[in-house]
Ligand binder design. Structure first.
Ligand code: ZN
Ligand code: ZN
Length: 124
């Protein structure tokens, strides 16, 4: 259980960030506080915390997994640059459950679009 001592710090890093950090980015931030930490224990902690529902993993095709806080929100993903932005859509849980006829645990909604920066670039 030794590696779990970093868990609280990792959770703080993820919960206070709006950047959707990759494991390597979490590692870089943690290293500033805990210089002896190794990347493998960051991976171990992240995996365990995802399993335990403390954080969530955001998977975007063709990109590294990123880690995010649990607060309910959805994502906008830019088709051009892969930028990930938080967005609050209406909660679809009830609609999905009604269609499915089953209770659900959650859902992942990634809405693909062209971000304002890319749109501007394309317009030039
Ligand atoms: Zn973009
Ligand atoms: Zn997010």
């Amino acid at each position: 259980m030794k590696t779990r001592k970093y868990e609280k710090l990792i959770l703080d890093i993820i919960n206070s960030s709006c950047d959707h950090l990759s494991a390597e980015e979490v590692f870089a931030k943690l290293k500033e506080i805990e210089p002896n930490v190794v990347l493998a224990s960051v991976y171990n902690n992240l995996n365990a915390m995802v399993m335990e529902g403390k954080i969530r993993r955001v998977a975007v095709e063709g990109q590294k997994d990123r880690y995010d806080k649990m607060t309910k929100h959805d994502h906008l993903v830019c088709k051009c640059c892969g930028a990930l932005a938080d967005f609050h859509f209406d909660d679809l849980t009830k609609d999905i459950e009604a269609r499915l006829g089953e209770k659900i645990i959650g859902y992942n909604l990634n809405v693909i679009y062209i971000c304002p920066t890319c749109k501007e670039k394309n317009a030039l």
